[in-house]
Every structure is written in C-alpha cells, then in structure tokens.
Design a protein around this ligand. Structure first.
Ligand code: 5GP
Ligand code: MG
Length: 184
C-alpha cells in the first residue's frame, strides 16, 4: 500500500496489523475460558482503548455487556501529570458484576490503580485488567494486569487507538514517531 501522510511520521513499526490481530485472537481464547461463566461487563477506557475494545470483545465470545469510561489524560504532553479525573462515567449499576477493564497501555499505573479502586468501591464483585500494551519499566503504582498483549520498551507509541496530540489513533499498527514530529 502507498505510504499515507501519517506513515511518513513513523520512525519504526513495533507491531503490525497482523501481529496485533494474532495476539488478540490468543488473548480472546484465554479470556473466554476464564470468563465464560461470569457474564462480565467490559469497560473500555476512552479514548485510547476504543479500537482494542472492539477487537477484544469479538475475539472473546462470552455473553457480556459493554461500557465506556473516560478519564483525564496527558493533554498534548507525553508524560503523565499523575492526577486522574473521570470525565465520562459508566451508565449502570455495577454492584456484584465482574468487570473487565480494557486499556490501551499500562504505563505508570496511575489510571488503572485509580479505576480498580473506584470500581471496587462501587461494589464490583471483581475487577480484571486487560491491557494491550504494558510498559513495566515506568511503573510507579503497584498494579497487576491479568491479560497483557505485548510488553513494550520505554518509548512513546502511537496507533491502534493510541494518539499523539489526538492524532494517529487510526493507524492500523503500533509504531514510534520520528522525533521531529514532537518539535513541529
Ligand atoms: P498511566 O496512568 O498508566 O501512566 O497511563 C495510562 C495512559 O497514558 C494510557 O491509557 C495512555 O492513554 C497514556 N499513555 C501512556 N503511555 C503512552 C504511550 O506510549 N503512547 C500513548 N499514545 N499514550 C500513552
Ligand atoms: Mg488510555
């Protein structure tokens, strides 16, 4: 395929569209075995996890429902501010439900640490964490992901839902931007 304008900003591809699809099929099969009797509620963290959510729920054919939560994030910078704020909350009572939080990337752990406590406080029976990417080298909060797609090095990645300044989310692969893109 011809290189798009966005492709030209990419320094290197970490995971291709095919590699992501293959890994999600594997994760979905494993999650199916673990969750099939739980009628889980999948909660996607907007906006970064919207594409992963669409793919993982189809790879995991359990009886389930879906919800979306939005939290404040990086703004246009590439490092976190620490504080987490809910900007859009889920729309139903979760007491007694088995939640599966679907996240794009686990970095410092702030977001998922906060959300796990939040959902448990609201009465969830369990909170399982499923993240496509994990950057363990940057962790500052004790938080464990139950399902991880890929472990990534300490580099800022974009694509497959992940943005830089709200762009690049629609790249079908995951890659690293050229340094000059940040200074444009
Ligand atoms: P944490 O709260 O674990 O530090 O960060 C979680 C959020 O930070 C992710 O949901 C994601 O939105 C953002 N984030 C962390 N690392 C990256 C990255 O390498 N690229 C992008 N685009 N977002 C990231
Ligand atoms: Mg996110």
């Amino acid at each position: 395929m011809e290189k798009s304008m966005m492709d030209q900003d990419i320094l290197k591809v970490l995971y291709t569209e095919e590699e992501i699809a293959q890994r999600i099929r594997e994760m979905g099969r494993q999650m199916y075995e673990d969750l099939k009797d739980k009628e889980p509620l999948f909660v996607s963290v907007l906006r970064g996890a919207f594409i992963f959510m669409a793919d993982i729920v189809r790879a995991c054919q359990v009886r389930c429902d879906v919800e979306f939560i939005a939290v404040s994030s990086y703004g246009n910078a590439t490092s976190t501010s620490g504080a987490v704020q809910i900007t859009h909350d889920i729309q139903q009572d979760i007491s007694g439900r088995h939640l599966v939080v679907i996240e794009d990337i686990l970095d410092s752990g702030n977001t998922l640490h906060f959300l796990k406590q939040y959902f448990l406080t609201k009465g969830a029976a369990s909170v399982t964490i499923c993240t496509l990417l994990d950057k363990p080298s940057r962790r500052t909060k004790a938080i464990h992901a139950d399902y991880v797609g890929f472990e990534v090095p300490d580099e800022f990645v974009v694509g497959y839902g992940l943005d830089y300044a709200q762009k690049y989310r629609n790249l079908p692969y995951i890659g690293v931007l050229k340094p000059e893109v940040y200074t444009k």
